[in-house]
Design a binder for this molecule. Structure first.
Ligand code: PHE
Length: 450
């Protein structure tokens, strides 16, 4: 078992920032953000989302990083040690468990969706082209109806993820992020520029940024808040796990601002690139989850250089999803490794296998098991609902209360190292604003807000 003094750390502050950006930037920013923005009134959603990141997201990101660094262990141990130091109950350990289990569940279906992206990357690479709307829709439907293809892509993606995490914190996770993240930024810049030339950037910018306060309603606010959580990887023990390898002495506030800013920037650039093309080809921005899998391939089939553009685009999304999946595998892996004493390789493999198995069920839920429903949802929808609408906000709420109210003020002060007013502001947000905002999401997703 690793003790706190000998715990490995990321090479430096920038490495922590990079891997956390890697966790944050994922299917959430590139797949989810554009389609939710598209269906929730464009700029209205974007503005509210930015506010949520600033007011609730960054303070919580700081709180989770703080727990990890203070407790220097896997999420369960980190929470327990931090609680212990302030004389709090051992029951807070449940916070770590809830996060780790949540991350495992998200990983199972995240890997299936990432598998679709791997499939499309391959199709673009070998020159499959979807010439009409019907062809694009039929292509996606055919993939969903084919359990073998789904499981194959899911397995490839999960193997890639386990392969990195098994290699260790610095030589696996940090190294993979150091290669993939710069590549991701470069491809994204290229695609946004290309979108500006081949697409209708002006209309895209108008759609995303022209402020229309009349379009803001409760639905928009709540989905923006929920998305801020998902896109910043909050409430899943992931930031606690990554924070536990963060060097003492570097500013947590500063790192959190960088992470949030980069995540937002990637979402906005991806949105601009995607909507420029969607508008240039007269397609519907509000087409929902199929936006990047049906609408975009259609534009690739008709634009000059479409095959290269399409291949690069899906490569970008694979990188984004891969670095996020790595972070979802880490919390439970580090727990098995440190508490149960399995080697890191065996730990990563066991967690990956379990999650993979659950993912196989998810693959079936689109075809042979599509009739099995619980609360009106198939397995995929059920896991997504449980993890993002229940576990994530609940965990975020407990983090806010734990750091805001339960732990000793001087402990928080020492770790966060913010001067007077800024510290009070941060603590005030954790004490009042964040819990209130999260309770609202909750009430909404449980259907309590009529
Ligand atoms: N933030 C990731 C994304 O946007 C998803 C994620 C959620 C990763 C929770 C880790 C923890 O895709």
């Amino acid at each position: 078992m690793t003790t706190s003094s000998e715990r490995i750390t990321w090479t430096n502050r920038w490495a922590f920032i990079l891997v956390t950006i890697g966790s944050s930037v994922g299917l959430g920013n590139i797949w989810r953000f554009p389609y939710i923005a598209g269906t929730q009134g464009g700029s209205a959603f974007v503005v509210v989302y930015l506010l949520c990141v600033l007011l609730v997201g960054i303070p919580l990101l700081m709180a989770e990083t703080m727990i990890g660094r203070r407790g220097r262990g896997n999420p369960v141990v980190a929470v327990l040690k931090t609680a212990n130091e302030s004389g709090c109950s051992r029951w807070w350990g449940a916070l770590g468990w809830m996060g780790m289990i949540g991350a495992l569940v998200i990983l199972s279906y995240y890997s299936v969706v990432a598998g679709w992206i791997v499939d499309y990357f391959w199709k673009m690479l070998i020159g499959v082209s979807f010439e009409s709307r019907e062809a694009a829709e039929a292509g996606f439907a055919a993939l969903q109806a084919n359990p073998v293809e789904l499981i194959l892509c899911h397995s490839i993606f999960m193997a890639l993820t386990v392969g990195v995490v098994a290699r260790g914190v610095v030589s696996g996770i940090e190294r993979a992020n150091k290669i993939m993240m710069p590549a991701l930024f470069l491809i994204l810049l290229l695609l946004t520029l290309w979108g500006g030339v081949a697409g209708d950037m002006k209309q895209a910018a108008h759609f995303m940024f022209a402020f229309r306060p009349e379009a803001i309603n409760r639905e928009v606010v709540l989905s923006a808040l929920g998305h801020a959580f998902f896109s910043l990887s909050l409430g899943m023990g992931v930031i606690i796990a990554y924070g536990s390898y963060f060097k003492q002495g570097s500013s947590i506030a500063n790192a959190s601002v960088w992470v949030a800013a980069a995540g937002v920037l990637v979402g906005l650039l991806a949105g601009l690139a995607i909507f420029s093309l969607t508008f240039a080809y007269g397609l519907e921005p509000a087409s929902g989850p199929g936006l990047i899998l049906q609408t975009l391939p259609l534009t690739f089939a008709h634009m000059p250089g479409g095959q290269i553009f399409g291949t690069l685009f899906f490569l970008l999304v694979v990188f984004a999803a891969w670095t996020s999946a790595i972070s979802l595998l880490e919390p439970f892996t580090s727990w098995l490794n440190e508490r149960v004493g399995l080697t890191r390789r065996m730990s990563a493999l066991s967690v990956g296998l379990f999650s993979w198995l659950l993912g196989v069920g998810v693959c079936f839920s689109f075809n042979i098991w599509s009739d099995y429903r619980w609360f009106g949802k198939n397995l995929f929808e059920l896991l997504d609902y449980w993890s993002t609408c229940i576990a994530m906000p609940l965990n975020g709420l407990v983090v806010a209360i734990f750091v805001g109210w339960a732990i000793k003020r001087h402990v928080a002060r020492e770790e966060i190292a913010l001067a007077g007013r800024m510290f009070t502001l941060w603590q005030g947000i954790l004490r009042y604003l964040a819990p209130l905002a999260i309770l609202l999401i909750f009430a909404h997703s449980l259907g309590l807000l009529a």
